[in-house]
Design a protein around this ligand. Structure first.
Ligand SMILES: *[C@@H]1O[C@H](CO)[C@@H](O)[C@H](O)[C@H]1NC(C)=O
Ligand SMILES: *[C@@H]1O[C@H](CO)[C@@H](O)[C@H](O)[C@H]1NC(C)=O
Ligand SMILES: *[C@@H]1O[C@H](CO)[C@@H](O)[C@H](O)[C@H]1NC(C)=O
Ligand SMILES: *[C@@H]1O[C@H](CO)[C@@H](O)[C@H](O)[C@H]1NC(C)=O
Ligand SMILES: *[C@@H]1O[C@H](CO)[C@@H](O)[C@H](O)[C@H]1NC(C)=O
Ligand SMILES: *[C@@H]1O[C@H](CO)[C@@H](O)[C@H](O)[C@H]1NC(C)=O
Length: 861
């Protein structure tokens, strides 16, 4: 149907034959299932609009109540699923009662539901509902269409979205919807002032707004609530912990994915992405229950996979303030006062009326001027409501002190994903969960903690005895010649892999299910060759400049050809390693045993006359930076190659950090240390150098900061502290370089002196992350996958080492599409390096003191 048909119609009315033809054509066109409504056109009660291309959803008029078939509503439902499952209703409060209602797209781009002419034929059609968008720009050429996601949209000819039913939901959350405090509006216009609520139907057969509404806390806590009759809180989701809501211990929910973001238009909001896209939905039922449904493939029937509230403790504040709710064996709620509290009204409490809750007794020390208040951790609970986020407190101790120093603070919590949360003196809606490791630190006076201390003392004595017995056993075991080393190593390994993931049991579960041992070649026997200096000299033409491949962190590298024709790379180490020859040789032998597909293989060494030389396999494609930053070769790396490189580096690091016997921190991970073999597989080089040059295996302080500016984590650059997490930081920078095709150091020259991490974060935060993508790969890449990599990189370059994921977690994130990622924190410490950049190259080893690194504060939201 052409948009101008109506106007031509009147001018052609003089020719009756043409008129008949035109009418016939119009009728036929209308009888087909259309997929759009053009500006000025209508959809009648007999027609429907079907989504394209899959036809998942259908828009049209429907009678929700079979007993009242003349009451019609305009709605969106799943096409082909019986009985009709309606996900959105327009005129929910005002049904059409005439025989000929219509959905009209006006000339001004407004959607209207009109009731047709009344039976007496004289009254004008009445307006039942309107999208209220006629004030929007009137450039004309509007059309309305329904998407396979279930969203009904109005766009103008140039594709600009001017209205979307996802911004004004009814009672159903569909995949792709954003859940915000205020309803979203056209992109870039700063949202709307209307509250965004998912309001239940009045009853199963009446779509009128019912008593219950689900929405986000307008106070900004990021929690979802269901309210009853407006203001009465009926249910609370609990705080968001980065991957899930703490009150919803249902794993598939967070695996399939709500993700939290914050932007200028919408503020804090969630985006829901279902794994089985359209066939999963959340509905607020007329009785206030929030249900997640999923279609069973076999029978095409809706199956309830999850619902809340599902037991008595899940009703908001079931026990009143300062009491804990536990579900008993009989399924009924049982309330107990928290330690240090007693029922406010004993009689009522004993009679089972818990609404008044409990009050503090004895008082806190700070209330009666007695020092000694402390904290008691209470485990496995849904944290109470009304937490206050102390955004400036960075660590557990700071958080604890903040609570201790404020007499009205009743409890605190600090985790890496939530930061520091504190509560006032009324703790409301505490529910003991059957599983889950959420702990609340409850403030108590010294007298209440003392009891705890005696228990503690007994526990200490008991554990001391147990420890002694264990130790004795261990010594015996040792004597029997067992290799205790392995056990220690294993325990270290498990500790290492769990630190970051502790909060996220979901991730942990996956990490156990992914096997990492695929490429580890540790088992293969490997011989380290010892070359004579003469042989090396012959191979490299006496270290001639024409054979020089480059200057690495620890000395120059030469290309060499051994007598048999084998090509090798020869690294001539600078002399001041500070280690004896024997010691050094042992180190080399250890390092040579590290064998992994993504590590450059050390073939041999030469330790003769002050010379320390390492011989590696030769990589014909040289290093990653030679491709990535070379305008002529850049194009050879398409996105899939780049992604393979990212993954390969991660696997190499995993081996160094976790799976190798030595647990190596690389310390100088950068593009020039990633070599590429003939098939462009990445291989990490220069690993183990820090170790050979003397140093602890764990986190340690160095006076001399080795490393390359731009890749250095803040704690390393400023305090000289490094750990596996400093490598994670460098890896994050490397990912950003691979995606942008720009050197990290080049970012110091523009963009207000932000470093690459700060710049990327800002683009991300302003929803302009796609602009980061190297123009050369934009066409070939999956934008979704690249954005995910940027997201992961931003997690890796967070300021605080303990907020960065460890490498096993990074690998899980890279390999799983559905796992929702925590939001990256804004980098606050910006290293400004203009002064440092004056020196000639970024490749060389750098040493600089803290004084030359200046800091600027980036203001996060
Ligand atoms: C026709 O019906 C409408 C409402 O149904 C009423 O307002 C109007 O007065 C009626 N007109 C006549 C002429 O009866
Ligand atoms: C449109 O505006 C009218 C009047 O302000 C209001 O009553 C109605 O609820 C609005 N409709 C929508 C869909 O927002
Ligand atoms: C509310 O309705 C749903 C289904 O319609 C049902 O599963 C749930 O048990 C009901 N809840 C209550 C509290 O009645
Ligand atoms: C998709 O839904 C089907 C049931 O319809 C279920 O068996 C399958 O596990 C779901 N897939 C995912 C990835 O959740
Ligand atoms: C419980 O106690 C509150 C406060 O005293 C009172 O308002 C309420 O009616 C009581 N509820 C029942 C079921 O007795
Ligand atoms: C103390 O804590 C209460 C409750 O969290 C808060 O309202 C108040 O502002 C805090 N006072 C100070 C000085 O921080």
């Amino acid at each position: 149907m052409g948009g101008g048909g109506v106007f031509r119609f009147s001018s052609m009315a003089s020719s009756p034959r043409l008129l008949v033809l035109l009418l016939a054509w119009l009728c036929c066109a209308a009888a087909e299932a259309a997929d759009t409504i053009q500006q000025g056109k209508s959809l009648s009660a007999a027609e429907t609009l079907v989504s394209t291309p899959e036809g998942v959803f259908e828009v049209g008029f429907f009678p929700p109540d079979p007993k009242q078939p003349s009451r019609l509503y305009l709605g969106i439902w799943y096409r082909g699923i019986v009985p009709r499952t309606v996900v959105w209703v327009a005129n929910r409060a005002a049904p059409a009662t005439s025989a000929a209602p219509s959905l009209t797209l006006t000339e001004t781009g407004e959607l209207q539901v009109l009731d047709g002419t009344a039976a007496n034929g004289t009254a004008a059609p009445s307006l039942l509902w309107s999208s209220n968008t006629s004030r929007a720009a009137l450039r004309g050429g509007y059309y309305a269409s329904i998407q396979d996601s279930g969203s009904l949209q109005v766009r103008s000819d140039d594709g600009t979205l001017s209205w979307d039913s996802f911004w004004h939901p009814t009672d159903t959350i569909l995949s792709g919807m954003q859940i915000a405090v205020r309803a979203p509006g056209p992109p870039g216009r700063g949202g709307t002032n209307e509250r965004m609520l998912f309001t239940s139907w009045a009853s199963e057969t009446d779509p009128a707004p019912g008593r219950y509404a689900l929405g986000l806390d307008p106070a900004g806590s990021g929690q979802a609530y269901i309210w009853r009759d407006g203001n009465d809180i009926y249910w609370r989701s609990g705080q968001w912990t980065g991957v899930n809501f703490i009150g919803i211990p249902w794993r598939p929910l967070y695996l399939s994915g709500f993700s939290l973001s914050n932007d200028r238009d919408l503020g804090l909001h969630y985006t829901y992405t279902a794994t089985n896209t359209s066939l999963q939905r959340f509905v607020v039922q007329p009785n206030g229950t929030d249900i997640c449904y999923m279609v069973k493939k076999s029978s095409q029937e809706w199956e309830t996979v999850w619902l809340q509230p599902s037991n008595e403790c899940e009703y908001y504040a079931a026990c009143g303030p300062n009491a804990k709710c536990t579900v008993g064996q009989d399924g009924k709620a049982k309330c107990t006062c928290l330690k240090g509290f007693q029922p406010k009204l004993w009689d009522q409490w004993n009679a089972g009326n818990w609404s008044e809750g409990c009050t503090r007794n004895p008082p806190l020390g700070c209330q009666v001027n007695q020092p000694g208040d402390g904290f008691l951790p209470i485990g496995n609970i849904k944290w109470p409501d009304f937490s206050y986020w102390m955004s400036t407190v960075a660590d557990e101790t700071g958080c604890k002190n903040a609570c201790l120093n404020n007499c009205s603070c009743g409890a605190y919590v600090h985790t890496t994903t939530t930061g520091c949360l504190v509560w006032g003196d009324k703790l409301i809606d505490i529910h003991e969960l059957p599983t889950g490791a959420y702990t609340l630190n409850l403030k108590l006076p010294a007298s209440e903690l003392r009891v705890h201390h005696t228990v503690w003392r007994i526990a200490t004595i008991v554990s001391a005895v147990v420890l002694f017995v264990l130790l004795a056993c261990l010594v015996l075991w040792w004597r029997r010649g067992r290799n205790i080393k392995d056990a220690v190593h294993r325990s270290w390994r498990s500790r290492q892999s769990s630190t970051w993931s502790q909060q996220n049991s979901a991730m942990l579960d996956i990490s156990q299910s992914i096997r990492f041992d695929d490429e580890v070649e540790d088992g293969k026997s490997h011989e380290l060759k010892v070359y004579s200096l003469d042989r090396i000299k012959a191979a490299t033409c006496n270290f001639s400049d024409s054979n020089k491949l480059g200057e690495g962190g620890f000395g120059p590298v030469y290309m060499g050809t051994l007598p048999g024709g084998e090509e090798v790379a020869v690294k001539r180490l600078c002399r001041n390693s500070g280690q004896g020859l024997e010691e050094f040789k042992n180190e080399v032998i250890l390092i040579a045993k590290l064998q992994h597909r993504n590590l450059v293989r050390l073939l041999g060494c030469c330790l003769q006359r002050e010379e320390k030389i390492l011989v590696y396999e030769y990589m014909p494609n040289k290093s990653l930076d030679a491709f990535l930053f070379n305008p002529e070769k850049q194009g050879l790396l398409d996105w899939s190659k780049r992604f393979d490189i990212i993954e390969g580096i991660a696997r190499g690091l995993l081996y160094l950090h976790r799976d190798s016997r030595l647990r190596i921190v690389h310390r100088d991970l950068k593009a020039s240390n990633i070599l590429l073999d003939a098939d462009m597989n990445p291989k990490i080089s220069d690993f183990g150098m820090a170790r050979m040059f003397g140093g602890d295996q764990n986190q340690f302080n160095t006076n001399r900061v080795v490393g390359t500016f731009g890749y250095m984590s803040p704690e390393y650059a400023m305090e000289g502290i490094f750990s596996v997490k400093s490598d994670v930081y460098s890896f994050g920078v490397l990912i950003l370089e691979i995606i942008t095709g720009k050197r990290a150091v080049s970012f110091h020259y523009h963009q207000d002196s932000l470093n690459i991490a700060g710049y990327a974060w800002r683009q991300w935060n302003e929803d302009k992350a796609t602009e980061l993508i190297d123009p050369l790969i934009r066409a070939s890449c999956s934008v979704r996958q690249v954005l995910r990599c940027i997201h992961i990189a931003l997690l890796c370059v967070q300021d605080h080492a303990d907020e960065r994921p460890d490498i096993p977690t990074v690998i899980i994130m890279l390999s799983s599409d559905s796992l929702s990622l925590p939001n990256p924190r804004p980098p606050t410490l910006m290293l400004r390096g203009r002064e440092l950049e004056s020196s000639k190259s970024s490749e060389n080893e750098r040493s600089h003191s803290i004084g030359t690194v200046s800091m600027t504060q980036l203001h996060g939201r």
